[in-house]
Structure formats: C-alpha cells, structure tokens
Design a protein around this ligand. Structure first.
Ligand SMILES: [Zn+2]
Length: 251
C-alpha cells in the first residue's frame, strides 16, 4: 500500500509503501514523473499495488522497477472526508512501522480500514477501531479493564479518566491532582474500546459506537497515540476540523 509519496528531482518520485512481506519499504521510482507508461497512476497515495524492486546499493532506498495496480481506492482520493481520514491512517502506519519488520496483522488492518472507508463506512468509527488495533499490535494496548484500586468497573466510582502517562484507567477516587495526560471517558466507551482492542481484525465490523462514545474514544486514542510518540500528527488537523471536534493536543 502506498502510504507516502514525494517528488525527487526533475523526474523521480520517492514512494513509501507498507508491504505484506517486509513492513515499511521506501523506494525510488526513477522517471515516475516523466515516463507515462511505466508508473502511470500506479503510485498514488493509498493504492494497493504489486511491485517489483531491486535492493538499493548504498542507501536504504530500493529501486522500484515495476508496479501493477491491484486497487486504486478511488473514493479515498476523490471524496475529501475519506481522503483526510486515509491520510491520517497512512501517516499513522508510517510513524508506527519499521523497515524490514513485517507485521501481517498490521497489513490486514490497513487493508481493512481502506476497504471500509472505500465502502463508505463511518469514518470516525473506522478511525477508532484502527487506532485501538494499531496500538494493541504495537504493544501499547491501553489498560481498560479496571482501575488499580478495584477489580471491577463500577459507575459509583465515576468519573473515570484514562491516563496517557500511566497507560491505564483511573477511577474518580484515584484521579489525583493536575496530571495533564488525563482524558475523561465514560464506562460504556471503556467497554467498547476494550472490545475493539481484543477482537481480531475480521470481526471489528461487529462493534457499534453511538455518537458520544465515538467522540470520546477518538479523543482518547488520538491523545494517547500522540503522547506515546511525543509528537503531533499534522494530518489530524483536517480530520478533526471536518468532524467539528476539538483536536486533542499533545500535553
Ligand atoms: Zn481507582
């Protein structure tokens, strides 16, 4: 899947792929800007392609020799809301993956999210499920099963917050002082998010969030993800603007 492209010199393009076989792969497509027949429309963002490449010599860049288009996901390029969501997802995959480190489950997750958005699924729902699985696959599954003080979640111990710093849920009794990484979250949202982390990719479609839960879950996961990487994902800006939701900032 093409997750990033940029021009290089007069006629070449640098293309970042997330591949099934080797994880992230950065390549140079020589003449891609000029040669109309070799790469025409085949190295566009979000496209699913089969590529033939030769390893680079001195640098990590491989040389992309051929690309065959398997799916171009036209809606993701022509429908602006879907485009902004796909841009966030491509950026997340770029930030959370490494070269020579394949993860077939992440590849499946990426395809699932592109397919879902192409088929006009709720973009915020796809984003929430994608983030929950991405963080789980990356070893940063948020601990949403209990607060440290009690084995069970109980509405009497509300309000609950998620602590990005401690990667765990805190009940009203345990929420202390001015910790800046706290995100308020209700128990119904907690339960849905815990399920999203748990379910395999092919069963994610079973989950349904209401509007309030979607907003909460999105804020929580976007804050947590940016907290973990300690950098803001610039692609979020357009996405949150479109959904009339304040963008969670890094704190
Ligand atoms: Zn507690």
């Amino acid at each position: 899947v093409v997750i990033d492209t940029s021009d290089h010199g007069e006629s070449d393009r640098i293309v970042t792929f997330y591949t099934q076989a080797t994880g992230k792969l950065v390549g140079i497509a020589k003449g891609a800007k000029r040669s109309k027949k070799r790469f025409l429309n085949r190295l566009e963002p979000f496209s699913l392609v089969e590529i033939l490449y030769t390893p680079g010599r001195a640098s990590d860049l491989v040389r992309v020799e051929q690309a065959e288009l398997l799916s171009s996901y036209p809606s993701l390029r022509h429908h602006y809301p879907a485009f902004t969501a796909a841009t966030v997802i491509a950026r997340l995959v770029r930030d959370w993956s490494r070269e020579n480190d394949p993860d077939p489950e992440l590849f499946r997750l990426l395809l699932w999210s592109l397919d879902s958005m192409e088929e006009a699924a709720d973009l915020r729902l796809v984003m929430v499920l994608f983030l929950a699985k991405l963080l789980t696959l990356s070893g940063y599954r948020p601990d949403l099963l209990s607060c440290r003080c009690s084995a069970t979640l109980d509405v009497r111990f509300s309000p609950y917050h998620f602590s990005c710093q401690r990667k765990t849920l805190l009940c009203g009794r345990c929420t202390q002082g001015q910790e800046q990484s706290l995100v308020p979250v209700s128990l119904p949202t907690v339960k849905l998010l815990a399920l999203a982390c748990e379910l395999p990719v092919d069963k994610l479609d079973r989950l349904h969030f209401n509007m309030a839960s979607l907003r909460e879950a999105l804020t929580l996961l976007a804050r947590y993800e940016q907290h973990l990487l300690q950098r803001e994902n610039p692609a979020w800006k357009a996405f949150f603007q479109l959904h009339h939701q304040p963008r969670p900032c890094l704190r």
